[in-house]
Ligand binder design. Structure first.
Ligand SMILES: Cc1cc2nc3c(=O)[nH]c(=O)nc-3n(C[C@H](O)[C@H](O)[C@H](O)COP(=O)(O)OP(=O)(O)OC[C@H]3O[C@@H](n4cnc5c(N)ncnc54)[C@H](O)[C@@H]3O)c2cc1C
Length: 473
């Protein structure tokens, strides 16, 4: 019979992809190390593993990574494809870009299945939002929940994910109007769009592509505007060969970084007739390249190069790219480089003026500007509370939280080297890692954080059990 150490409690705040994968890995590591662990998974959402990315039930919204690279477990590369083969065999193809709704179901299944099999670790799902940190000392962390209860634990992982898109660019008359779709990934968000009316999408990235597919119909023109007017590049329609990564040497500045990348992409074009294998081979090196940059060069990269980087890095699945191309050819989608300068809400819709001098009459304006990571300026009570109690601080770049490379949060400046047993993953690590928002990175982070947390909890015994969910005093 197995013998288990006395118990510990850990909170995972956020039950999107990152939180669900972290909870899964915590259960596995705790079992492997015979640690009796209570995992508290906190999220106002009803279901696990969804979040804005995998919460859509529009089957035209596809994963932007082929199925072969979307496994939950890096050590079992075929896990997702096998899951598809069992349940959705028509999608069980390593190179397919499958509907995102299926991926949300997969992640929820992986967590449920792990929790069911777990011998000594237990999963508690709490449907609430963390709204504050109540109190912490050397051995516990306490979180206030929107339900009015307090959760006291030995350690915690923040998996807060994609924060709502910025709306500050929209004039107040538009922002406060029912014709403005602030968060296109909210359930039923597009119900605000009058049938048949033209629509303005602000942003020309992957969200714009998905919204175009959802809104496209005969007689409607969708206009998409962004300052750069750049669209995400398409994935190649056929799988491409793998390319070896470049050798990184020389000085660590942005100019050297650019030279390394451009030379490597030219080599890839010469060798494979395509820049994509070269770009993909940069992926394991990106964090190192990023961390080598002096702070001023990081700021310059974010200002001058990030958009170009992202349109090559986060590409459109071929079916989406084909549908977008066709919509443009049919005149159902127009892309404009510019920005919105004025908007007036009328009885019939919105009259919008663009920086190009064009005036448009549309039925609705949809915010496709993508999620925010500038945590210091977000109006989020939980983040404010983390900063106020000194448990966390914004990253020096302004993106995400200050953290070590493996996700352990740095406390507020002036508090010495105090590091609470608190980790973050996913987009909260953007400033530190740059490449951190997609599943291939998140699954590795989830595993690493779970291993570190279990090792820490196993080291420190918790004989006095005053942990768990309490009514707030
Ligand atoms: C539209 C879209 C499509 C994408 N497609 C892909 C793809 O095909 N492949 C890929 O690899 N990546 C894709 N991504 C990247 C995506 O960000 C990640 O794959 C993944 O969804 C991120 O998961 P997450 O858990 O970090 O964030 P989220 O999915 O945003 O989940 C965060 C969760 O935290 C909860 N939360 C936030 N604050 C609190 C709080 N205070 N208390 C409690 N809960 C809280 C939220 O309710 C939410 O459920 C896509 C992203 C988007 C936006």
């Amino acid at each position: 019979m197995k013998s288990y150490q006395s118990g510990s409690d850990i909170a995972v705040i956020g039950a999107g992809a990152a939180g669900s994968l972290t909870a899964t890995r915590l259960l596995q590591h705790a079992d492997r190390h015979r640690l009796r662990l209570d995992v508290w998974l906190i999220d106002p959402a009803r279901e696990n593993g969804r979040g804005p990315a995998y919460g859509t039930d529009d089957a035209r919204h596809l994963l932007n990574v082929p199925a072969a690279r979307m496994t939950a477990f890096a050590e079992d590369p075929d896990h997702f494809v096998h899951w598809l083969a069992d349940r959705h065999p028509q999608h069980a193809d390593h190179d397919a870009f499958v509907p995102r709704v299926l991926y949300g179901r997969y992640l929820a299944h992986v967590l449920d299945d792990t929790a069911r099999r777990s011998a000594g670790a237990r999963l508690h799902r709490v449907q609430a939002r963390a709204i504050g940190t109540a109190h912490h000392d050397d051995s516990t962390l306490s979180f206030l929940l929107s339900s009015g209860r307090t959760l006291r634990v030995d350690a915690a992982v923040l998996a807060l994910g994609n924060f709502a898109a910025d709306c500050r660019w929209a004039p107040e008359t538009l922002r406060t109007s029912h014709r403005f779709v602030a968060s296109p990934w909210s359930p039923d968000a597009l119900c605000a769009v009058p049938p048949g009316a033209d629509v303005l999408l602000v942003g020309t990235g992957l969200t714009m592509a998905d919204m175009t597919l959802s809104l496209q119909r005969p007689g409607r023109t969708v206009i998409a505007v962004s300052r750069s007017g750049l669209l995400p590049q398409p994935h190649a329609s056929e799988p491409l060969p793998q390319s070896p990564p470049p050798v990184v040497a020389g000085p660590p500045g942005l100019d050297a970084f650019r030279r390394t990348v451009l030379t490597h992409l030219s080599r890839s074009r010469r060798a494979h007739g395509d820049w994509r294998p070269g770009f993909d081979s940069l992926r394991p090196l990106t964090t190192d390249l990023w961390r080598r940059l002096p702070p001023a060069d990081r700021t310059r990269f974010l200002k001058e190069h990030l958009r170009l980087w992202e349109v090559h890095r986060h590409r459109m699945p071929p079916p989406t790219a084909a549908a977008v191309r066709q919509a443009r050819e049919l005149g159902q989608l127009r892309i404009v480089s510019g920005h919105l300068t004025d908007a007036a809400v009328t009885g019939e819709g919105v009259r919008v003026r663009l920086s190009t001098g064009t005036t448009l009459d549309v039925g609705a304006v949809v915010n496709c500007t993508g999620s925010r990571s500038d945590v210091g300026s977000l109006d989020d009570p939980f983040l404010h509370s983390l900063f106020k109690t000194g448990l966390a601080r914004p990253h020096a770049t302004g993106l995400g939280l200050g953290a070590t490379r493996d996700g352990r949060l740095l406390s507020a400046p002036g508090r010495g080297d105090v590091r609470a047993p608190l980790w973050a993953l996913g987009s909260l690590l953007r400033g530190e890692l740059l490449e951190t928002t997609a599943i291939p990175e998140i699954r590795v982070q989830a595993d690493g954080i779970a291993a570190s947390a279990v090792a820490l909890l196993k080291r420190d015994e918790h004989p006095q059990r005053h942990r768990g969910l309490f009514a707030s005093p």
